[in-house]
Design a binder for this molecule. Sequence first.
Ligand SMILES: Cc1cc2nc3c(=O)[nH]c(=O)nc-3n(C[C@H](O)[C@H](O)[C@H](O)COP(=O)(O)OP(=O)(O)OC[C@H]3O[C@@H](n4cnc5c(N)ncnc54)[C@H](O)[C@@H]3O)c2cc1C
Length: 662
Amino acid sequence: MRDEDRQLGMDRAITRRDFVNGVAAGALAAGMPGVAQAARPKAVVTPEIDPNPYPPARQGMRGSHAGTFEAAHMLRDGTLKLADAEDSGEVYDLIVVGGGLSGLSAAHFFHKRVGPGAKVLVLDNHDDFGGHAKRNEFRVNGKLLLCNGGTLNIESPSRYDKWSRVLLDDIGVDIARFERDNTANATLYKSLGMGHGMVFDAETFGGKDTVLAMGGGWRGGAIEPAKLEKAPLTPKARADLARLFAKEQPDYLPGLDQAAKKDWLARHSYKEFLTDKVGVDPQVYWLFQMIGMASFCVGGDAVPALFGWVQGYPGFSGMNLGEVPADLFADLPGGQHGRQREGDKSIHFPDGNATLARLLVSKLVPEATAGRTQEDMGTAVIDYAALDRPGAPTRIRLSSVVLNVAHKGDPASAGEVAVHYAKAGKLVEVRGKAVIMACWNMAIPYLMPELPAAQKEALAYGVKGPMVYTSVAVTNWRPFVKLGAANFHCPTMFHQEVGLTEAVSLGDLKHPQTPDEPIVLHLVKYMNKPGLPRRDQHRVGRAELLAMSFETFERETRRQLQRMLGGAGFDAARDIAGITVNRWGHGYAYTYNSIYDPVEWVYSESPNRPCVIGRQPFGLVSIANSDAAASPHTDAAIQEAHRAVQEVIERRTYPFVPRRTA
Ligand SMILES: Cc1cc2nc3c(=O)[nH]c(=O)nc-3n(C[C@H](O)[C@H](O)[C@H](O)COP(=O)(O)OP(=O)(O)OC[C@H]3O[C@@H](n4cnc5c(N)ncnc54)[C@H](O)[C@@H]3O)c2cc1C
């Protein structure tokens, strides 16, 4: 073992991980099929599959974990044959492919419309439900800690349409009560003197890493050049920065009228605008290269400059572009260039939108948990064995990779659809009187070869953005207080964002109030290749992500935290209590982008958009999921679920009397 690995605590990682959740993994692994003891390295143990039996508490490589995609990739590559599937004899009123927020919402809306007696099967390839909306649990020194493994928050709740709000109401989400219960938490970090921070890494800037507290803000218009006094910037970069933030700004697109300027800004990147038109030093662009990444998984080189104007980034004040409309494009599906409405706070539960998934499951399969209310979900336990019980109105079947969906006969007149899936090494057939594909658009052409060619082409158009959320449990957060920052912008390090998880409590789950208590850190890594066209950035990023082992993630995570926090007393070997890497090779839905796609796809509800062509119903099959709206948002996932259920209801006569029309 390398000295550095020992110093970072790689050698002690497995022992700590095994006992952090109160179980000896070795003992458990011995009884688990497919987890061979001999396969576990002796010194540095970095499991791709953690044998902890409770999915939210599993550490190691999570997100799209091993077992979720291999069979689908074999199907894509033509190496898997469906002919030998075993017919289970099961027939459902509705089969939902995909147990994310869209699939669970579809099951909910369907039951609500059809009434008692309906039988629904939800199939998902993961060992946990929720899709991207996953929960990471840790237990450190006896205390339960949470973090979102994916979907972070209810973003801009006022933008939610009627059906998204109906769903939140149905499952008992009370945003006002949550905010009220967290009034003190909202100012906790600020009260401890913490704001934002930046890390100027040695590889990019030379010398040593420089860690700076930036106070209230660093992003876009909120950057305070005065706070950069100790930054390792060249005199030229400082002069350019002063010019960029000066009160008097030149017009960087002289000779164009307002409409032509906006058109130029829509078709060129913010990077082109800053470097070619404003002419700033590359060090200045470094400060802004993450623009849009949290929404699109690509940064300033692939995000339209117009987005920078809408978001309040600098450079536009002398260009006579007029006022930024408060709700510009916010209500378009996808809201690609929208911005949050003033005063419309996003709601972050301690496990993110996994709270929504858990509330949906508590409604769909009440036997699986005693938790009923929003507050219960802080500590509620799910009985995963109860999710798929014969006779239940809803069965949620996990670890089931759907491989084929085909009508039994002519799609125009067939009465059933056969769904083939792989589970525990077996191929199984189930049948549905209707099917909703709440999975990922680009997978649907492989699953449904019978679709028309133009629809398959449209479904394959969007490329989901790959990204990683790494959750790190630590025994204390004193270094953050000492450095005066609760989160850091570090765009040229392994993870580009590092911070304390948001200060929120839910029911009996209380957020730590003092830096001596354990907490979870939330680290974000976007996988992209600046310079390539956007969809290629996603493809290359995904390939690189899939090639990265958990061991690489663990080493790089420990190394990065040591570099950033070591000067403030952090010791990776001593202070890290657990690591969960949430790998999302297929992350955000692809949103249309005016640099690469027709402008009308971005600024109108054009029926020519691939998402509209792709989501058309076919025979007994409807298509939900957030890709169907080309929007990486939870409300889109819910809206599309409602539309798909509506299509199912409209084309079938059920033996049940619809209870109501809502
Ligand atoms: C890291 C991350 C953070 C996000 N943060 C936010 C946020 O803060 N706010 C927000 O509004 N949105 C956020 N999103 C977007 C998020 O994707 C949506 O909010 C929403 O959860 C999407 O739901 P969905 O059901 O459409 O898709 P998914 O959550 O992807 O669910 C689809 C499910 O179908 C499964 N599936 C796919 N193929 C198959 C198959 N062949 N067989 C069986 N199952 C299959 C998938 O594995 C998945 O479990 C985030 C996304 C990511 C990746």
